[in-house]
Write a protein that binds this ligand. Structure first.
Ligand code: URA
Length: 221
């Protein structure tokens, strides 16, 4: 069988650069992620990173966007943030293979620092453009409980750019016929400057996953 080898792109177009401006069609309805030109992030990413998990799942976890490792692997949460998420899932008694894991934005947005590709937070217009894909995943997977990992995910899931993570942590938000549990992004629990904040953020992620599990079990009955 023929295989496609992918290598990381190493030269992002400078922002605002016109000559090298990538093709963008905001109203495009692409059939595949790699054909997506709804925003410009496709141009500097190795590949689009779709969600992963069972076709139907009671819980969906939504992160921000793929990181460096995810961009190369084509899978969500396989790098350091994913390792922390795996620990939190294990502590909460939730099997990752039973949960659908995805991101609000499907292409890695980055800026070069030396040889490294540093994460750059996606703009709201990129989150909006990518809602096309998130909506499809929400419909197909049919999860009743959505765990929003961080502020970008919360805004994307609620389709409300004004929603604030700090106001939502520890609460269950009814959104249509779904329940949204908001918590910190695993990268915050990894990289917050002081150990107490990291520990508190990690405990909050575990608590959110425990809540999600209870809500999903209640819905099943
Ligand atoms: N951070 C995210 O938000 N998603 C990933 O898949 C990896 C890191």
């Amino acid at each position: 069988m023929a295989t496609t080898r992918r290598t990381a792109k190493s030269t992002p177009a400078a922002e605002g650069e016109t000559a090298a401006s990538p093709e963008v069609h905001p109203d495009q309805q692409p059939a595949t992620l790699d054909a997506c030109r709804r925003c410009a992030l496709w141009a500097n990413a190795t590949q689009g990173v779709p969600g992963a998990g069972p076709k139907r799942a009671p819980i969906m976890m939504v992160g921000e966007q793929p990181g460096d490792k995810e961009d190369l692997a084509g899978l969500p949460f396989v790098g350091p943030a994913g390792a922390l998420l795996d620990d939190a899932l294990a502590e909460a008694g939730v099997a990752r293979k039973e949960v659908y894991v995805t991101n609000a934005v499907k292409h890695f947005k980055w800026t070069p620092r030396g040889k490294r590709r540093m994460h750059k937070t996606p703009a709201q217009r990129e989150v909006d453009a990518c809602h096309y894909w998130l909506e499809r995943e929400l419909e197909n997977v049919g999860a009743h409980v959505i765990v929003a990992l961080g502020a970008t995910a919360l805004k994307a899931v609620l389709e409300d750019p004004k929603s604030r993570l700090q106001d939502s942590i520890g609460t269950v938000i009814e959104h249509g016929d779904r329940l949204v549990v908001a918590t910190y992004h695993p990268s915050f629990a990894l990289r917050a400057p002081d150990p107490e904040t990291r520990q508190r953020a990690y405990a909050a992620i575990v608590a959110a996953l425990q809540d999600a599990k209870k809500l999903a079990q209640r819905h099943k009955k």
